[in-house]
Write a protein that binds this ligand. Structure first.
Ligand SMILES: [Zn+2]
Length: 310
């Protein structure tokens, strides 16, 4: 298993008081102001911590809601170090080609956008892992709980809440403890971090998702349409095919595909809502964890397009 580092980032964003060049803002909508990180050993126990504040360059005015949530002050923003030096320290701390685990999937995306904005060259390789997905999968037995908070997970696992919330290092420590506690039964049963977490590690540098809206004629059989067209891997464009199943009659469809380079591909289609003409939304996604295959509902009703305006 690659070095596993749990990270938590705090970031600032545009505020009303401060005018920012919209072109720059589009490149970096969220600017890191604090990084907390916890290195885990091969039993997933925390062994070393990292904590730095970053002096923002673009959003120099602390946004009101971020100040409320994090308890940070305007003055404290100036006490941080420049991003480039903090990022270099973080990658020194993490070691070569680490996996950054975080609660949710925002942190790796924000880290990447900040590395690109500050023209770090080359950007060191790193993998990503969503601790929330691991918690939902093993502790809750679901792939659907993607909106759980750290506090929810601590309550669910009956863990202590002895650290402040919404501080980079304490949130990273909480996420690390949740990961360790979630996998404790699996580890005791002989699972290793590599065997348990390997399927959850993803590449944050890849484009992982494509979406397409398709308008269909009224008489088109959606399953037939889906089976007879082509799909491409979002990351590399290689053709991907899968056997389409109707999950909810007339409403949703699913197929499991494989890219020779990027592995499992999740293909889903849903009937578009609030649409004047029959339409479906197709999503082609590289999953950020093991592929979840939904079970079709029993097919009682025939596939009929219902005109919402009728
Ligand atoms: Zn691919």
């Amino acid at each position: 298993m690659r070095n596993l580092i749990v990270i938590d980032l705090e970031w600032n964003t545009a505020s009303r008081k401060l005018k920012v060049d919209p072109e720059l803002a589009a490149k970096m909508p969220f600017e890191i102001i604090e990084i907390g990180a916890v290195k885990l050993d091969d039993r997933l126990a925390p062994v070393e911590t990292f904590h730095r504040r970053v002096r923002p360059q673009l959003y120099t005015q602390l946004q009101y809601h971020i100040a409320q949530v994090t308890g940070r002050t305007q003055q404290s923003l100036g006490e941080g170090k420049p991003f480039a030096s903090v990022a270099a320290d973080l990658f020194d701390f993490a070691g070569e080609d680490p996996v950054f685990a975080s609660w949710g999937t925002s942190d790796p995306d924000v880290l990447l956008s900040n590395l690109v904005f500050h023209a770090m060259n080359p950007i060191p390789a790193f993998g990503a892992l969503n601790v929330q997905a691991v918690f939902s999968n093993f502790a809750e037995g679901t792939t659907r709980g993607n909106q759980r908070s750290i506090e929810y997970a601590l309550d669910f696992l009956r863990m202590e809440k002895d650290l402040p919330f919404h501080e980079a290092l304490s949130d990273a420590l909480y996420a690390a403890r949740i990961l360790q506690t979630t996998l404790k039964p699996e580890q005791e049963a002989g699972g290793t971090p590599a065997s348990l977490l390997g399927g959850f590690v993803y590449d944050p540098f890849l484009n992982r998702q494509l979406e397409e809206r398709v308008e269909l004629g009224k008489d088109v059989q959606v399953t037939e349409y889906l089976r007879n067209r082509s799909y491409a891997c979002p990351a590399c464009g290689r053709p991907v095919s899968g056997d389409w199943l109707e999950i909810n009659p007339g409403k949703s469809w699913f197929a499991a595909g494989v890219c020779p380079e990027h592995g499992d591909i999740e293909l889903t289609a849903k009937r578009a809502r609030r649409s004047r003409v029959p339409a479906i939304m197709i999503r082609i996604r590289i999953p950020q964890g093991p592929l979840f295959i939904p079970q079709p509902a029993s097919q009682k009703e025939p596939l009929v397009w219902v005109d919402p305006d009728a």
